[in-house]
Design a protein around this ligand. Structure first.
Ligand SMILES: Nc1nc2c(ncn2[C@@H]2O[C@H](COP(=O)(O)OP(=O)(O)OP(=O)(O)O)[C@@H](O)[C@H]2O)c(=O)[nH]1
Ligand SMILES: [Mg+2]
Ligand SMILES: [Zn+2]
Length: 352
């Protein structure tokens, strides 16, 4: 097989590069990660691999280990070993739940983040804003999907609420995840060589949509609890799948907690920041100060109280996480200042 053939094959699984490792190593994409090891795909063949020893060191930042979506170099052996992770084009991550700051990677090298919410009891604009905030630093484009369109007649109203609340230009589609003709509109996000990751609560319908796009029931799905629309955490690992369209889709387990990493910009709320600048006092607390533009917008209904509360919550969380992250990076660098913190992962990861 010629080098051109191998590259052509890798393109099918989303590879954008045009040179292969010189030393005979095999290039492949991580399609799943299990406790027992990784599943890799080279565009033609699925095979198992183990991480090389240096990835297992306790001092290794977990975010540096191979993750689903990564392109990795593999050394032959029984089993083959992942020796290098290629620089990531985009990274979607969250902070791990709990006290210790730890960035957890959801998916890498993705072009689109499909934020899926059910139009049942799952519908929650504040949670969608949280997902969009996490997506901002990823380098990928967010797309909001509302599933279970077939289950209610007033979907237009919910759609209008969301359109009014999210920044103009955010793509929002209401879909029936069980209907292939209906989800055909998503083809624009799943073109050959492109990759998308599906995120959303358990029971939102991620695996149902994945199966419909795939044209087969590869992923298990399970009915939600009828009284509160909660799912049953049916999917337990992230899986990257090649679709007939030529695109790659990553199905993920529904996440219970989505903590910000501290690297978000919260551009989503740029209008609120602009509003706050119009307050009479530069240090306005937006409480009962005279000339407060935020209070005026809340009183007139231009700004919904619920969105304002969500903004404050995300802003405080972001600040707290950013401070923790900065302290940690400073420790790692032996007390040297960290520099610009907010920005893409690559900015903070690659600076030395
Ligand atoms: N009517 C209708 N039901 C849907 C739709 N999408 C998903 N469902 C149902 O919702 C339930 C949950 O769907 P799943 O695909 O298992 O949800 P999930 O997001 O993968 O959940 P986890 O794997 O637990 O994270 C299943 O009973 C699906 O049949 C839809 O568009 N319309
Ligand atoms: Mg699932
Ligand atoms: Zn104010």
């Amino acid at each position: 097989m010629t080098e051109a053939d191998i590259i052509e094959r890798l393109r099918r699984i989303g590879w954008r590069g045009d040179t292969l490792p010189a030393d005979g190593r095999r290039l492949a994409r991580v399609v799943a990660q299990h406790r027992a090891g990784y599943e890799l795909h080279d565009g033609e063949t699925l095979f198992g691999a183990q991480p090389a020893g240096h990835y297992l060191k306790r001092t290794m930042d977990p975010a540096e280990r191979p993750a689903v979506g990564d392109f990795v170099e593999v050394e032959a052996g029984k089993p083959p070993h992942i020796v290098t992770v290629h620089p990531r084009r985009t990274v979607l991550s969250r902070a791990a739940a709990g006290e210790r700051y730890e960035r957890q990677i959801i998916a890498t090298n993705i072009d689109y983040v499909l934020v899926l919410t059910g139009l049942d009891g799952d519908f929650n604009p504040a949670r969608i804003e949280r997902y969009l905030s996490l997506t901002e630093g990823s380098g990928a484009q967010p797309v909001v999907l509302l599933s279970k369109l077939d289950t209610r007649d007033d979907a237009d109203e919910l759609l209008a609420v969301l359109r009014a609340r999210l920044p103009e230009g955010t793509p929002i589609h209401a879909i029936n995840g069980k209907d292939p003709a209906n989800v055909a509109l998503l083809a624009r996000y799943l073109r050959p060589g492109d990759s998308a990751v599906l995120v959303g609560s358990s029971g939102a319908g991620k695996s149902t949509l994945t199966n419909t796009l795939l044209g087969s029931e590869k992923m298990a799905t399970k009915a939600v609890r009828s009284h509160d629309s909660r799912g049953r955490h049916t999917t337990t690992y992230r899986a990257l799948l090649q679709l007939p369209s030529g695109g790659c889709l990553i199905d993920t387990p529904g996440m219970r907690e989505l903590k910000l990493t501290g690297e978000e910009n919260l551009d989503l709320f740029a209008d609120i920041d602009a509003l706050a600048e119009q307050c009479r006092f530069a240090d306005c607390g937006h409480g009962s100060e005279p000339g407060c533009a935020v209070q005026a917008a809340l009183d007139s209904g231009d700004l919904s109280a619920e969105r304002w509360r969500n903004y404050l919550k995300l802003r405080d969380e972001r600040e707290e996480q950013a401070a923790t992250l900065e302290a940690r990076l400073r420790r790692q660098r032996g007390g040297r200042p960290v520099g610009r913190l907010h920005g893409s992962h690559r900015d903070t990861r690659e600076r030395e």
